[in-house]
Write a protein that binds this ligand. Structure first.
Ligand code: C5P
Length: 239
């Protein structure tokens, strides 16, 4: 897969205008843009339409986590929007994930469109072993927890999971090489970790087997975002 198909830019801004400026700046170099809570809360479906108008794909990062009926209805709604990918929390359980997948697939079939890729969030890259233990009473560590949650996502028929670079090989080994891993927490050597705890460079994430890498601040805070994408793509291609 070429780097363009693997790099996802997180549109972590608060207005449609700012988001579309980024898309227009990077659209010759990037195919997939991630719409998260901040942007969706301010711009709703309109920003998705604007991205689609530019023939770019949307990863809708709303991390659904609710009872199975609510999440499956949300899955049908976002499928109707034609998004390329969306996600939900694996800790919502097997029934929630299975119902969401069934509902997305049925909706896509009815509309005769490609079903979205459904990705499970495992353990957020801003969490560490220490935080899991001290705050959530999860004592078996990030890796074991990620492995358990990925297995559950696979069983529910999801396309893959979100996980840090440190867990990719473990996931691929237990869930198979075609089970997708989307990796945020990417920090090239020139950018600070910010609130992310389990980070990796673009090169290391690809080397570990990431199918997609998600980058926000590392690109958007750079003085020249196009240059930053070029530097990242060179790193990705060097693997
Ligand atoms: O700015 P930065 O590159 O850290 O942004 C990472 C993006 O990936 C953010 O939009 C964040 O919400 C998202 N993300 C994450 N960890 C996850 C899932 C999504 O950092 N487990």
């Amino acid at each position: 897969m070429s780097y363009r198909k693997r790099l996802i830019i997180a549109l972590d801004v608060s207005s449609q205008e700012d988001a579309i400026n980024i898309v227009d700046t990077l659209k010759e170099h990037v195919d997939i843009f991630k719409v998260g809570f901040e942007l969706f809360a301010s711009s709703g479906f309109s920003v998705i339409e604007q991205i689609h108008k530019r023939n770019k794909k949307v990863f809708l990062d709303l991390k659904f986590h609710d009872i199975p009926n609510t999440v499956s209805r949300a899955a049908a709604s976002v499928t109707r929007l034609g998004v390329y990918m969306f996600n939900l929390h694996t800790s919502g359980g097997l029934e929630m994930m299975t119902k969401a997948r069934e509902s997305a697939y049925e909706t896509a079939q009815r509309l005769n469109i490609m079903p979205p890729k459904i990705i499970g969030v495992t353990v957020l890259t801003s969490l560490s072993n220490q935080i899991l233990k001290d705050e959530l009473s999860i004592t078996h560590g990030v890796k074991t927890h990620v492995k358990t949650l990925s297995g559950l996502a696979k069983k529910a028929g999801l396309d893959g999971v979100v996980a840090s670079a440190q867990e990719i090989s473990l996931i691929k080994k237990s869930c198979g090489s075609d089970f997708l891993v989307v990796t945020p927490g990417i920090r090239p050597s020139w950018s600070p970790p910010d609130d992310q705890k389990r980070t990796a460079t673009p090169k290391d994430a690809i080397k570990e087997g990431a199918d997609y890498i998600v980058m926000g601040r590392g690109i958007l805070r750079h003085d020249d975002p196009i240059k930053a994408v070029e530097l990242v793509s060179i790193e990705m291609l060097s693997v």
